[in-house]
Design a protein around this ligand. Structure first.
Ligand code: ZN
Length: 93
């Protein structure tokens, strides 16, 4: 296995250097985070930074007549999703 697979760090253990990509939900219902070392000044590891950059580029691309493209996009979480669930976790306390 590649050693850059998500570590599933719970919020309480998340530290500055950890990637902030939400990777799932723990058994306590709180978000789990990737936890790989962050890449440069971003909040994400190299892998998630690339994924998010690709999604931003895709989202900001002018919409051509690509209805079939939208169906595929729904499967991928947008970067904003992670921020939103982080706020949800904070607010619940
Ligand atoms: Zn990551």
């Amino acid at each position: 296995m590649a050693d850059n697979s998500p570590l599933d760090i719970p919020l309480m253990e998340l530290q500055r250097q950890h990637c902030r990509e939400v990777t799932g939900t723990g058994h306590d219902g709180l978000a789990l985070y990737c936890g790989q070392p962050r890449s440069g000044r971003t909040s994400y590891c190299e892998q998630h930074r690339r994924i998010n950059l690709m999604m931003v580029a895709e989202a900001s691309r002018p919409k051509a007549k690509g209805r079939h493209e939208q169906a595929g996009r729904q499967h991928r979480p947008l970067p904003a999703e992670g921020i939103r669930s982080l706020q949800k976790v904070r607010g619940r306390k």
